[in-house]
Design a protein around this ligand. Structure first.
Ligand code: AMP
Ligand code: MG
Length: 351
């Protein structure tokens, strides 16, 4: 009996040791001088953090990076065990959710209201109908989209202090905001540990803490959305997020040669055709920048400019299909076009 108990104990100890190892392998840590890096694949993308200075040890960085998997488990639509999947399956019942899920949804409703529903997480049935959730792309017919549009309305989301409910036919998807929020959680945790210089990339979403260690600003490239993977220019920032929604990020070409991307206009049910092909938003609140980059893409240059004129807490770079640029005037000293792009037309949004 004693022997069996001992065997069980040893097995348990070995199992937990191998789990810890497996988890550590999922997050790769690197160190060079007083610079420490962490990389992982999560939320369908590569996530990378580089922390400068000696405020943090490896275990603390690992612990902070585990927030990514924790948040993915709460917020993912594709994982059947997530809180969002529970809300979507609840058939109208109110579901208690974590503080993180509530915080994301609060921002969701804020941005949806401010953008007249250009950002609408209840567009999920449309996102699925176009095949973007499972990478099984298809063009739904007008009738199908029409019937799905009846289910799209962020006003149907009911949020209390600890629970959320959506009507039986309504489904939500946080793909347009989850990475921005995750960036906020990571930078807050790093700051709390005393980190004052760090660069994070969550699938191209950038969040920086402070400045580079030599005191200079971070230089963040903005991708040319018209095919080439080059940077069209770069931003110089500190303590901010740089978040881009681009038509080039996820798309397919249909039988008629139309490019169909993953940003859906919740009013029409079709991939947004606003004349913009890329929107970069710069600001302190990553969740809001993320939701806004998606919303402004849907709104198009005129409505996006009006929004930005009224919200000086955000800077933005809008790129039209013809390659011309529209920037908020706070970026006058902060954005530089690369040599190959000097001839691009540039206009400024004043406020
Ligand atoms: P992003 O790359 O941040 O612009 O987010 C795009 C993702 O957000 C898509 O893959 C969908 O999951 C979701 N989405 C698409 N259109 C909208 C929309 N109009 N409002 C909110 N979420 C959307
Ligand atoms: Mg977004």
């Amino acid at each position: 009996m004693m022997k069996r108990a001992l065997c069980l104990l040893i097995t348990l100890v070995l199992l937990s040791a191998s789990c810890a190892l497996a988890e550590k392998q999922d997050i790769t840590l690197t160190r060079s001088g007083d610079q420490m890096g962490a990389q992982m694949f999560a939320m369908d993308t590569f996530i990378q953090a580089t922390v400068y200075g000696s405020a943090l040890d490896a275990d603390a960085l690992l612990e902070i990076m585990r927030n990514v998997s924790r948040l993915e488990a709460l917020l993912s639509t594709t994982s059947p065990d997530s809180e969002i999947s529970a809300v979507n399956a609840a058939q109208g019942e109110s579901i208690p959710v974590s503080a993180d899920t509530l915080a994301v949804l609060k921002t969701v409703l804020e941005v949806s209201g401010e953008t007249g529903g250009a950002f609408d997480v209840t567009a999920y049935p449309l996102v699925k109908a176009w095949g973007f959730t499972q990478d099984e792309f298809r063009v739904p017919d007008g009738e199908e989209l029409e019937s799905l549009l009846d289910r799209v309305d962020y006003n149907q989301i009911i949020l209390s202090d600890e629970a959320i409910s959506v009507p039986a036919q309504t489904e939500i998807d946080l793909g347009g905001i989850a990475k921005g929020y995750t960036g906020d959680v990571l930078t807050a945790a790093l700051r709390e540990k005393g980190v004052n210089s760090a660069l994070l990339s969550l699938g191209g979403n950038i969040a920086v803490i402070g400045r580079k260690q030599d005191g200079s600003l971070w230089k963040i490239g903005v991708r040319d959305p018209l095919g080439s993977p080059d940077s069209i220019g770069y931003l110089q920032i500190e303590d901010a997020n740089v978040i881009t929604s681009g038509g080039y990020e996820r798309y397919f070409v249909d039988e008629d040669g139309n490019v169909r991307w993953h940003i859906i206009d919740p009013k029409t049910g079709y991939p947004a055709q606003s004349g913009l092909i890329s929107v970069t938003v710069v600001g302190k609140n990553g969740a809001k920048c993320d939701a806004l980059s998606t919303a402004l893409f849907v709104m198009g240059a005129d409505k996006a400019s009006a929004y930005l004129s009224a919200h000086p807490e955000f800077e933005a770079i809008l790129i039209r299909e013809d390659g011309s640029l529209l920037l908020t005037n706070g970026l006058k000293d902060r954005f530089t076009l690369m040599p190959g792009y000097q001839n691009r037309s540039v206009e400024w949004i004043s406020r």
